[in-house]
Design a protein around this ligand. Structure first.
Ligand code: SF4
Length: 321
């Protein structure tokens, strides 16, 4: 029996068995990442789809994922991968150098570790990111932030950008809906912002009757301003009934609008609404002179007037890479 210290779950794993995430296995007394070299498939996405709105806007990213997750969110929007325990679903064998070469061939400016939780297969992601870096290609991740210790340092030392899902803002929510806890996620978010050079954006999926109270959203936004500053981009995302949470409707537009206003009131300067047809709410506006800087329709950019990440009308510096 050995302990995996990769994430705050600290699974005790018997010989030949796997941890909670179903990816990390005790093989001869060592933890092995069983997903290494295997993916469920690769696709080319706009970087806006991750979502990353302040990182190489308008560029293409080569996305890949595996199976498994170290949380179990009852509302998971990608549960066919995250809850899958069949290794044969990862039926594409892809060596790290081959993935980097494919990204270059397809003119992708980055590779995205996404679809399921990438920190549980971080050894694979790190090797891909190293190969990508050799070719001048960036690496980004979409993650739940539920990682700790050395694994966290190693993973973020090679990344260029990240979108962390901040799923709610109470321990009760994380315990009831995610089988996890909030404190380690907040610790990771603050650590990324203060201790790394990785570009950071956040996503909050708003679920009716779960994490949609004005008070919870307000406390979350105030925490973000206090601990990360007002410039961190925040994406509110609409929930659709999936996996085990099918007893409620999609997030009403009114709720998303209230969240957007609440975030601005708390002082956040770059707030977006996604996964919902929300013209204007997906665009980047200058927080000082209110001009449109990057116009988006869904994931497509129809206008980008930024000049070296500055507003051309009033000169305000806009954060981004
Ligand atoms: S990474 Fe997986 S095996 Fe390791 S502690 Fe987390 S859930 Fe358990």
């Amino acid at each position: 029996m050995i302990t995996c210290d990769h994430c705050p779950r600290h699974c005790r794993i018997e010989e030949g068995r796997r941890g909670f995430c179903h990816v990390r296995e005790n093989r001869n007394g060592r933890i092995v990442c069983t997903a290494f070299g295997h993916t469920t498939g690769l696709s080319i996405d706009p970087i806006e789809k991750k979502p990353l709105f302040h990182f190489k806007p308008g560029s293409k990213t080569l996305s890949l994922g595996t199976i498994g997750c170290n949380l179990n969110c009852s509302f998971c929007q990608n549960w066919t991968l995250s809850r899958n325990t069949r290794d044969e679903v990862m039926n594409v064998r892809a060596a790290p150098d081959a993935i980097a070469a494919l990204a270059r061939e397809k003119e992708c400016e980055s590779i995205a570790f996404t679809y399921n939780e990438p920190t549980i297969w971080s050894e694979y992601a790190i090797e891909i990111a190293k190969e990508a870096k050799r070719l001048g290609i960036s690496s980004v991740a979409v993650t739940n932030g539920f990682i700790c210790g050395e694994a966290r340092s190693n993973f973020y030392s090679i990344l260029d950008g990240v979108n962390v899902d901040l799923k709610g803002f109470s321990e009760t929510f994380y315990s009831k809906y995610c089988s996890g806890s909030l404190a380690p996620v907040l610790d990771t978010i603050e650590w990324i912002a203060k201790e790394t050079n990785v570009w950071l954006e956040l996503t909050n999926l708003i679920i009716p009757r779960a994490n949609d109270s004005r008070d919870e959203i307000s406390r979350m936004c105030e925490w973000l301003v206090e601990h990360l500053g007002p410039e961190v981009p925040l994406h509110f995302s609409a929930f659709f009934p999936k996996y085990q949470l099918t007893d409620r409707p999609p997030t009403p537009w009114e709720t998303l609008k209230i969240a957007f206003q609440t975030a601005h009131k708390a002082g956040l300067r770059y707030v977006y609404v996604g996964n919902s047809r929300a013209p204007g709410y997906e665009s980047t506006w200058c927080p000082d002179c209110a001009q449109m800087l990057i116009g988006r329709d869904g994931y497509q950019i129809f206008e980008n007037v930024l000049q070296d990440w500055k507003c051309p009308y009033c000169g305000t510096k806009v954060p981004g890479r």
